[in-house]
Design a protein around this ligand. Structure first.
Ligand code: MD9
Length: 232
């Protein structure tokens, strides 16, 4: 009834984020009443500073795929929860959709294609990014790409996650590769079969940066001004 609905809504809205994470699957399984609580929560949320609770609510509602939830998404968040801002007119809708659907392998491939576009015409021709091209990547675009990966993986994936692990490893790449599962012993993880394309992967596993030409591109991405400018 309406009383227990408003009690539940209150419990959810005022809970700690740990309690919120635990309540999300319960509300989703309740059907309509639970979905309405989660929809109202997102409608009233401040999404200028998106957090992982909002991301999880959105991802779960997205997966329900019932008329009530689809209508809400179409009306309020047709491009997903995260803004798709680009300084260079790149359309991030496909990346948003692939990540929301947890299709991490195709999202990874598309991300590399986008990095080539950000690097410019000569990078697109040679099909790999030269490390000096990275500093010119627009802050806005790297921020959008990273937000999408981070938000829709529950905080597991994204360059900012890799960068934090790299910093905590004293900027030692060999330690980083092992932490994020790109190397085991002296064996490089083989693309694509040996990588883990789901959330059971280690933190920072995706997106991939081919190390064929060394770590300088990774170094340049982790040293980009976006991470301090956007408080990642
Ligand atoms: C992480 C050390 C994502 C010879 C596919 C995209 C691409 O081509 C064959 C292609 C080529 O350029 C691709 C990805 C990765 N690799 C490849 C990811 C990845 C990660 C760590 C490493 N790689 C490490 C590594 C080392 C040598 C190579 N790689 C070689 C290599 C070759 C190809 C690919 N890799 C593809 Mg890898 O010739 O960028």
């Amino acid at each position: 009834d309406n009383f227990s609905k408003s009690k539940l809504a209150h419990q959810f809205t005022n809970g700690s984020s740990k309690e919120q994470f635990e309540l999300i699957p319960q509300l989703i399984n309740m059907g309509n009443t639970g979905w309405e609580i989660l929809i109202d929560f997102l409608k009233l949320s401040n999404i200028d500073n998106i957090d992982l609770v909002q991301g999880e609510v959105f991802r779960e509602l997205y997966q329900v795929k019932m008329p009530e939830t689809e209508l809400f998404i179409q009306e309020y968040f047709p491009n997903g929860l995260a803004p798709l801002d680009s300084q260079v007119n790149i359309n991030y809708k496909s990346l948003s959709k692939l990540l929301l659907e947890q299709n991490f392998q195709e999202a990874d491939t598309l991300t590399r294609k986008i990095l080539l576009e950000l690097a410019g015409e000569s990078a697109l021709q040679r099909k790999w990014v030269y490390f000096t091209e990275v500093a010119n990547f627009p802050v806005m675009d790297l921020n959008t790409i990273n937000t999408l990966w981070w938000l829709y993986s529950g905080g597991k994936f994204g360059f900012s996650v890799q960068r934090k692990l790299w910093l905590s490893a004293g900027k030692d790449f060999n330690t980083l590769w092992r932490k994020i599962g790109w190397k085991k012993g002296n064996h490089w993880t083989r693309y694509p079969k040996e990588f883990t394309w789901n959330l059971s992967a280690p933190n920072g596993h995706l997106p991939l940066l081919n190390q064929l030409r060394g770590a300088r591109v990774a170094d340049s991405i982790f040293s980009h001004s976006v991470w301090s400018e956007k408080n990642w």
